[in-house]
Design a protein around this ligand. Structure first.
Ligand code: VGL
Ligand code: ZN
Length: 210
């Protein structure tokens, strides 16, 4: 049974000193590296938030809009974010210390300025595939393990799409951190994933038995 690890958006802009800093994000890097080295996974995949400078998820690209506001963007609700993960910038690079040279394949997302893409599989309107699902199926992956940033946005969206795509889906909870626009968002995201059939585990359940 082939197993893939999906490392979601461990990038400078979501870590210490980044434009969309997630609290305590850097704490997940040592655990992620241990999982990468565990030998438990048949393939290591990463997603990378990778926006053009004119991306419409940036508050700065709308007149009179502020970070945190919710707007209608081409028929979808869109939270407005600070400018982050712009192609070619430091912010979009994988964070120092993360063993990104071990990634077998990287799936960029959020490249269309008109639509955001939280999931590593599809944009938020499910209009276009990134190719991740097709790739995993082509190499025979049946189970995906998801970790990274942020629990309440890209991790949640990626895990839910993995489940919908027919993969056995496991969330490694201690290797995720949440944005928490509201204080309980991270916890609520875990509950929402669990209800949809995503298995929630701790990294020790993999690392202690390798
Ligand atoms: C993310 C907000 C905007 C994430 C990406 O990786 O969770 N959140 N872009
Ligand atoms: Zn983004």
């Amino acid at each position: 049974m082939m197993k893939a690890l999906i490392v979601v958006d461990i990038q400078n802009d979501f870590c210490k000193g980044g434009a969309l800093e997630v609290a305590n994000a850097n704490e997940i890097i040592p655990t992620t590296n241990q999982l990468i080295h565990s030998g438990f996974f048949d393939t290591i995949i990463a997603t990378q938030d990778f926006h053009p400078a004119d991306h419409k998820s940036f508050a700065a690209n709308h007149l009179w809009r502020k970070v945190g506001q919710i707007i209608d963007l081409n028929g979808l609700q869109q939270v407005l974010w600070p400018i982050h993960c712009v192609q070619g910038s430091w912010g979009t690079e994988f964070t120092q210390g993360l063993e990104s040279d071990k990634f077998d394949k990287i799936f960029p997302k959020g490249t269309d300025p008109e639509i955001d893409s939280y999931s590593g599989f599809f944009d938020n309107g499910k209009l276009k595939s990134t190719g991740l699902s097709e790739h995993l199926k082509s190499i025979g992956v049946e189970t995906v393990y998801v970790l990274g940033l942020a629990t309440d946005f890209c991790v949640k969206a990626t895990a839910l799409d993995a489940k919908t795509e027919g993969f056995e889906t496991v969330l490694i909870a201690d290797a995720c951190r949440a944005v928490n626009l509201s204080p309980d968002d991270g916890q609520n995201a875990l509950k929402a994933m669990k209800i949809r059939g995503v298995k929630i585990i701790q990294s020790a359940e993999i690392l202690n038995f390798q």
